[in-house]
Design a protein. Structure first.
Length: 403
């Protein structure tokens, strides 16, 4: 299947337009990272507490942020979560500098206390109480007068209350009266004496210490550099070193624009985003190798043509394959971005941006670098570097390849 047949687009003739486009987005990203927004590292890399909060109503992000500010919490980040499914959830992250587990857990407690603006003095919040807390209270009050058999019975009752709250009511009770279908009326009446119901519940908590975050940050940087180095070595051995350099510069261009886009949009870079960037390095490299391989084949067939003409012809010949592959992949990651939920939103956004830029750069960046280097060598009176042919084929003398 082909979208395009016998195209003859002068891609190299438009290289200055491509260069201007790349410079605009690259410089904007660098300025954002250096002076405007910085690199927005997620909790995986900076360390801190990440709290997923479920509300009984549509949350007001501005009001939540104001409550956290009034509580004295520094640099809280509040983000509406899973808006596609109207789950009434927000994601709250808090920077933590301490290293002890007690100090890190304190961030979660501070967030809960800050959000409980309507707390009833002297009472506990049932929406944020554990089954052990409820069990201990029932054992102390013994509303069913169970005596010696109280332990196992109240353990089961406390777990049933928590399961009803979390599984049936989605983590948030609207009132204590809702428990009448899950517990004995005497138990519910006893709970009303010492518990109140807030309008939110903590769904999940993730805690990463700053030392762990620093280690993860270093590992992410090394993984990216190792992948670039491996790609350079592979292409240098398979083709010529200049083709490896061109591919690495192209992938660096793609990575810079992707990370710059995250900085401009103020989207946090997490471990899943790093995984997406590493995926894009391989994806963009694969597209570039396809073009380079076609150039190698055409050098054997078009011995008297200029390298620029050979490169243009090779890009046009692989254009249909590039559009088909990139288009199908793009539609897949676009669906993931739109419908995959908040957890995968950063990962899918990196793939959406990266596939567009990676496909563009394989055509508009890698090939022009190759031709520009050959023209530079010719201007200095040096022979051009031609791609090696496969074993078993007739070698092409380098002087036959014009620049």
């Amino acid at each position: 299947m082909e979208f395009f047949r016998n195209t003859n687009i002068d891609f190299l003739g438009k290289k200055w337009y491509f260069l201007t486009f790349s410079l605009i987005f690259s410089v904007a990203g660098v300025l954002s990272m250096a002076f405007w927004h910085g690199i927005p590292l997620g909790v995986d890399f900076r360390g801190g507490t990440l709290v997923y909060v479920k509300y009984a109503h549509t949350p007001d992000v501005a009001a939540i942020h104001a409550e956290l500010d009034r509580a004295g919490l520094k640099n809280p980040r509040v983000q509406a979560y899973d808006q596609v499914h109207n789950s009434n959830e927000v994601l709250i992250s808090l920077d933590i500098q301490e290293t002890s587990e007690q100090a890190l857990d304190k961030g979660k407690i501070q967030i809960i206390q800050a959000l409980e603006s309507n707390a009833t003095p002297g009472k506990q919040d049932l929406n944020n109480s554990s089954s052990l807390n409820i069990q201990n209270y029932l054992l102390e009050k013994d509303p069913l007068h169970l005596g010696a058999d109280a332990g196992p019975r109240y353990t089961a009752i406390a777990q049933a209350i928590v399961d009803y709250r979390d599984k049936t009511k989605g983590g948030v009770l609207g009132s204590l009266g809702e428990l009448k279908s899950a517990a004995d009326p005497a138990v519910v009446a006893s709970l009303q004496d010492s518990y109140f119901v807030s309008d939110f519940g903590i769904r999940n908590v993730e805690i990463v210490g700053p030392q762990v975050g620093e280690q993860l940050r270093g590992q992410a940087i090394r993984a990216t550099l190792y992948s670039l180095a491996g790609m350079l070595i592979y292409l240098a051995l398979r083709f010529e070193w200049i083709y490896g350099v061109a591919a690495v510069l192209t992938v660096f261009h793609d990575t810079l624009i992707t990370v710059g886009a995250f900085s401009l949009l103020r989207w946090e870079i997490s471990l899943t985003v790093i995984a997406a960037i590493l995926t894009l390095i391989g994806y963009s490299n694969n597209d570039t190798i396809v073009v380079f391989d076609r150039i190698r084949e055409n050098i054997k067939l078009l011995r008297r043509d200029k390298l620029a003409d050979i490169v243009n012809k090779s890009i046009n010949q692989t254009l249909s394959r590039t559009i088909l592959t990139a288009g199908l992949t793009f539609l897949t990651v676009l669906a993931l971005f739109l419908f995959g939920g908040e957890v995968l939103r950063g990962f899918s956004l990196a793939l959406v941006i990266g596939i567009l830029i990676g496909t563009y750069s394989s055509i508009a960046i890698a090939a022009p670098i190759l031709v520009a280097y050959q023209e530079w060598r010719a201007g200095r009176g040096k022979p051009p570097i031609a791609m090696p042919v496969r074993s078993g084929s007739n070698p092409v003398p380098k002087e036959k390849v014009k620049v």
